[in-house]
Design a binder for this molecule. Structure first.
Ligand code: FES
Ligand code: FES
Length: 149
């Protein structure tokens, strides 16, 4: 058992401390916006925030999140208002199949928190999420739009 704070709610999850955070989020808490892709911290589809920093939840044990603020895609909007990254994603019609996009958006939100006006080089270095639909150009445009918002 472990107590986690996810999207501002304190929740008990019935898993071992070494269970990947991704499975606690999806299977115990039922927040399925965070996706499983590779399971080895390569694709980024499982990206969530811990205390505002992007992490790949398939490789983070639940024990590492105890006592910290976990935010998933379901908690990114605030008070019914979309996060500026979500807004830019809609404006630029970024998603295709959508599978990678929750992780992509979470990674970008963390990047913009750390670097409010990222250069293309910052984006290349900071956003290593994989999109099998090849939305990378739309992602880049939407990041620059969100940075101006
Ligand atoms: S599922 Fe976590 S990085 Fe791919
Ligand atoms: S939108 Fe399909 S994998 Fe990225």
């Amino acid at each position: 058992m472990a107590r986690l704070i996810i999207n501002g709610r304190s929740l008990e999850v019935n898993v071992s401390p070494s269970t990947p955070l991704l499975w606690a989020i999806r299977e115990q808490v039922g927040l399925t916006g965070t996706k499983y892709g590779c399971g080895i911290a390569q694709c980024g589809s499982c990206t969530v925030h811990i205390d505002g920093a992007a992490v790949r939840s398939c490789m983070v044990p639940v024990s590492a999140a105890v006592g910290k603020q976990v935010t998933t895609i379901e908690g990114l909007a605030s008070g019914g208002v979309l996060h500026k990254v979500q807004k830019a994603w809609l404006d630029h019609e970024v998603p295709q199949c959508g599978y990678c996009q929750a992780g992509m958006i979470m990674a970008v939100a963390a990047l913009l928190r750390a670097k409010p006006k990222p250069t293309d080089a910052d984006i290349d270095a900071g956003i290593t999420n994989i999109c099998r639909c090849g939305t990378f150009q739309q992602v880049r445009e939407a990041i620059h739009a969100a940075a101006k918002a």
